[in-house]
Structures are given as structure tokens and as C-alpha cells.
Design a protein around this ligand. Structure first.
Ligand SMILES: [Ca+2]
Ligand SMILES: [Ca+2]
Ligand SMILES: [Ca+2]
Length: 269
């Protein structure tokens, strides 16, 4: 009897695993060369709009008039890391006593890669918002904002501080620009000389909701002064929070299930 219960639970468990098993896919927009994203070839100053729509279900835009919604023809752009002729740098990093542009702190170069998303207009337009719209709502997302720091001379002269909002159904349908379902506030930038600074470093934000009610994400500056913006490694949909079983675990369940069924047969004969 006990063996039958065990065997039945194994079969039910296995059925549940098979129904719920989804392979973990590469699901991060790094803004690097990605052969899995058809038609996307990164280059410095390239506008980013719908290049990731077919693969990731997201489009990028800017709100330039402060009404909370994207405006036609307004898009964020790519920035190539490092310094080169004609460079329109986004951020500066103190590496030892050297000041470098668009450069990660030592050890973080690979994480930043060759490209990230920027909007120079964040420097000039306090009403500007970066907006990511989804074709289908998601329950989670994450991304990195780099180089949240402040001026060593006057922290308020270069006051980097960001708000990330997850927006709901009424936002997506255009009914309510303030239909915010979740909010994350970044740390406030502190000078590069401070050991706790995010100078040249990533800061990771992450939404993790119980239901798929995120229809868009809006990022805006809440500091006292305009700030440079560097965005990277965006995961538009996080894997489900319930653990996804490893293939070896599924195999183990199969084996146990077969053993259980065998034992039951023997027990009954
Ligand atoms: Ca707008
Ligand atoms: Ca910096
Ligand atoms: Ca990158």
C-alpha cells in the first residue's frame, strides 16, 4: 500500500514536472553582437527601437515631453565603450589616478561589454523618461544602470539617482500614465573617491511579481541635476520564481517512478 502511494506520487510528480518544465533560455539583452537576434548589429550611436521586438517582445522609446508615454521618433541610442575619435562619452570612471570614459572598473569589463544603452538627453532634459514597452505582460525583469555616482566637487552638480517603475494594464492601454504596479529607487550617487561609490560599476534592479502584470518599464532621473545614463544587461522576463528542475533531477524522478511501479507490481503478484 505504502509503495503504491509512493509510486502514485512519483507519477503525479513526474507529470507535474513534465507539464511545468521549460528550458531556461538565454534571456538577456546585452546590446552586444547577438546572432540570435535577427537584424541587430550594434554600432556606436545606433538608435534602439524595435530591434528586439521579435526575439524578446520589447520595444524601446523615450518620453521627451514628460507625459509618461513614448513620443514618435524618440529613441535611446547605443554607446560603444572606451575612448575613440569623435566619442560622445556617457560616463567617466576613475581608474587609479586616471580618468577614463565609458570604461568599467577593473574586473567588470566583460560585464559591460562593447556596447550599452544611453540617452544623452538625460543630461539636458529633466522630463525625459526611458520607456520599454512589452507586447505581452511579464512578472519579472531586471537590468543594470552603470556608474551611479556624484561629483567630487559638488554632489548636486552631477546628482545621479534613478527611479524604475513597472507599469500596468491601464498604462499599456493609454488610460493612465501613473498606473504604476511596482517601483524601485536606486541608491543616490556618491563621489568616485568614496569606497562605496558605484563609479564605473553596475547597479542591478529587479522586479519579481506574483502575477504577470508588468506591461512596460519606465526609468527616470530623480536627482537634483541632469545625469548621464548607461543601461546594460536587460532581462525582459525573469525565469519563473518556482525552481525549474534540472534534467538530472527529472531523470532521477523517472528512475524512481519506474522502480516504484515495479515494486508495486511485485507487491501485488
Ligand atoms: Ca511623451
Ligand atoms: Ca563615473
Ligand atoms: Ca553590453
Amino acid at each position: 500500500m505504502k509503495i503504491r502511494v509512493v509510486a502514485t506520487s512519483m507519477v503525479v510528480g513526474l507529470a507535474w514536472v513534465m507539464v511545468n518544465y521549460k528550458p531556461v533560455q538565454a534571456s538577456t539583452i546585452t546590446f552586444e553582437v547577438d546572432l540570435d537576434v535577427p537584424g541587430y548589429m550594434p554600432q556606436d550611436e545606433l538608435e534602439i527601437s524595435d530591434q528586439f521586438a521579435s526575439t524578446f517582445g520589447v520595444t524601446f522609446g523615450l518620453d521627451t515631453d514628460g507625459d509618461g508615454f513614448t513620443d514618435p521618433g524618440a529613441f535611446p541610442i547605443l554607446e560603444q565603450t572606451g575612448t575613440y575619435p569623435g566619442d560622445q562619452a556617457t560616463f567617466v570612471t576613475l581608474v587609479g589616478s586616471d580618468i577614463k570614459t565609458d570604461t568599467a572598473k577593473p574586473g567588470f569589463e566583460e560585464q559591460l561589454g562593447q556596447f550599452f544603452l544611453k540617452s544623452l538627453d538625460f543630461r539636458n532634459n529633466k522630463a525625459l523618461n526611458l520607456i520599454i514597452n512589452y507586447s505581452d505582460p511579464v512578472a519579472g525583469a531586471s537590468g543594470e544602470i552603470w556608474d551611479i555616482d556624484g561629483s567630487p566637487l559638488n554632489p548636486h552638480l552631477h546628482d545621479e539617482w534613478w527611479k524604475i517603475e513597472a507599469l500596468g494594464q491601464d498604462y499599456a492601454s493609454g488610460l493612465d500614465a501613473n498606473n504604476v504596479v511596482d517601483t524601485i529607487i536606486s541608491p543616490r550617487g556618491i563621489p568616485p573617491a568614496n569606497p562605496n561609490t558605484l563609479d564605473g560599476l553596475p547597479w542591478l534592479w529587479s522586479f519579481d511579481r506574483d502575477v504577470a502584470d508588468i506591461h512596460a518599464i519606465r526609468i527616470s532621473s530623480i536627482g537634483q541635476a541632469p545625469a548621464g545614463f548607461a543601461f546594460n544587461n536587460f532581462s525582459p522576463f525573469l525565469p519563473a520564481t518556482t525552481d525549474i528542475p534540472e534534467p538530472s533531477f527529472v531523470l532521477g524522478l523517472l528512475t524512481l517512478g519506474i522502480l516504484g511501479v515495479n515494486s508495486r507490481s511485485k507487491n501485488q503478484s
